[in-house]
Structures are given as structure tokens and as C-alpha cells.
Design a protein around this ligand. Sequence first.
Ligand code: SF4
Ligand code: SF4
Ligand code: SF4
Length: 312
Amino acid sequence: MSEVRYPIFDIKRYSINDGPGIRITFFFKGCPLSCVWCHNPEGISRSQTRMYTVSKCILCGACVQFCPAHALKAVRGRGVLCDRDLCTLCGKCAEVCPTKAVEMASKTYTAEQVYAEIAKERPFFTTSDGGVTFSGGEPLYQGDLLIQLLDYIGQAAEKDGYRLHRTVDTTLFANQELVREVSHRCELFLVDIKMMDSDRHRKFCGVPNDIILENIRMVASEGAAGYLVRIPLIEGINADTENIEATASFLASLDRLPKYVELLPYHDIGKNKHSRMGTQYNKNNVPMAVPSEKTIEDALGIFKNYGVPAKV
Ligand code: SF4
Ligand code: SF4
Ligand code: SF4
């Protein structure tokens, strides 16, 4: 087991928004979607991602000197620029940077190391009915790895005398058999629904949504794991009445309702991350805005009318 390594780009402790209770959340690298508003763009690529924060850079020149690919150049007033065609993502610049102005987004962990991080948080799980959440990126993108890890940590917790609550935060854009396998190894899915129209889903997220909706239907009917639904609510993308009606109607038609629907009003946190990655946020200038209080209230009212519990 110890030779398998899991690419993780962030670990969030004391998380209270990623499932019940107090949780530790691991963010898996790699996602097959490309949502224009993505708040974790450093998690999309499966390979390593280099991040540079110009405000932390003291222009010491160490990274330029040690870069084996000669990809870096200090430019007055702009910091250190990276030629991404030359950069091999070797990480040497991050190793020598004294201020953490350069960081490589992901690290790899063995299953034992992941469980060791989980075990540190155990006192919080027992007092709050919390546990571990795997998010991303898309944790099902490397489904075999996820299955092995869910098995390993479940068994390790059992050996330590407790039952670990495992949540998977996912788009469910994955093979149906994989979703079924994962559903038998976790207690809860946090499922994203971005929008109901498949063409718009393809336009704004890079893939159609048919597989996602089929998988939600399956999770609801088979009932191996609980599920709740999260919707990033974005004016200009999916906050219109037609889409909210279609979402509520779809959920109401399932064999089992989600525990609840959570609306997550738009924010543009991804903008700063794109700038640190040297890439452009929303490069096609899709109009996106924070939904008004009225839009949010209207959306909650629609879910209520369909008998689907919802909150912000
Ligand atoms: S599914 Fe999530 S991680 Fe993947 S591109 Fe969309 S917002 Fe980003
Ligand atoms: S990651 Fe490696 S190749 Fe890329 S800029 Fe840094 S040192 Fe150079
Ligand atoms: S090593 Fe770090 S602080 Fe020094 S120039 Fe490079 S990015 Fe800036």
C-alpha cells in the first residue's frame, strides 16, 4: 500500500462546511471539468502546478539562478516571469525560495500519511460527529486511487476502535460502476449540480451533464450512501428561474430526496489563484455576478414549492 501516492493540493482542518460536524478535507488534484468560475483552478490539472505570488517576492534571484530549464527571468516592476513552455515543473524554484513566493500546488501522500493526518483530528470527530471529506478537483477522476484510500482509512480507523465518517465531494461525472463502488465505501456524497441544460453545462463546464444526472438518480435510488446537493448560484449562469425550477423538479422526481440542497452564492476567489498560476480567469469574459438577495430568496422558494429542503 505504501508505494501508492495520492496527489493532494490542499488539506483543510476544522472544516465545518464539507459534511456533518468538524472535518478534515483533502483536495485531490485533477478534474475533468473546466468550470469558468472554478475557485480551485490549481486543482484542475492532474500534473503539478506552479504558483507565484509577486507580493511575497523579494527579488533575491535564487529561483532564476537555480532553475535548470532557464525558464525564469526577473523583470523590473513585474517580479520573476516564467516561460511556461520551458518550465518542466521540477519544483526547484520553490525549494530555494526563502519567502514562499513560489510554491508547487500539490504534494503526494501515502495512504498511511493520509490516515496519520486524519488520526490527529480524531478528538474533533468524536465531539462533533465529524470525519474526513475528499474533495478536489474531482476525487473520482482517479477513482481507483480513491477506492483504495477509502478502504484503507476505513479499516485503519476500525483497528483503532472507531468508525470513520467518510464524505466524498464530487461532480459525479464518472463511470456509473465507479460511483457505485465508491457509494459502498463512504457515508455521504456532496454532489454538485451546476445547471440542468446539458448544452449550457458543456459550454460553461466543458462537459455535458447527462452522466452526472444519471448518477444522481442512481445514488438516490440505490441508497448505499446519503447525499446532499450543492449548487454554486451564479447570476448570468444558473440563477435564472427556469434552471432552478428544472433542478428542483429533477430532485423532486428522485426515489429519495437529498438531505438538503445548499446554495453557494458566487465569489471570484479563483481570480487571484489564476494570477498566481500565470493563467487567465474567465478568459472569454462570460458575464457572472453575485446573486441578489431576491434571487436567492426566490430560489429557496422554488425548492420549497417542490418539497425539496434547501438553504444558503
Ligand atoms: S468541478 Fe470544481 S474543481 Fe472541477 S473545474 Fe468545476 S469548480 Fe473547478
Ligand atoms: S519549476 Fe523547475 S523548471 Fe519550472 S521555473 Fe521552477 S525551477 Fe524552473
Ligand atoms: S527565490 Fe523567491 S523571493 Fe527570490 S526572486 Fe525567486 S520568487 Fe522571488
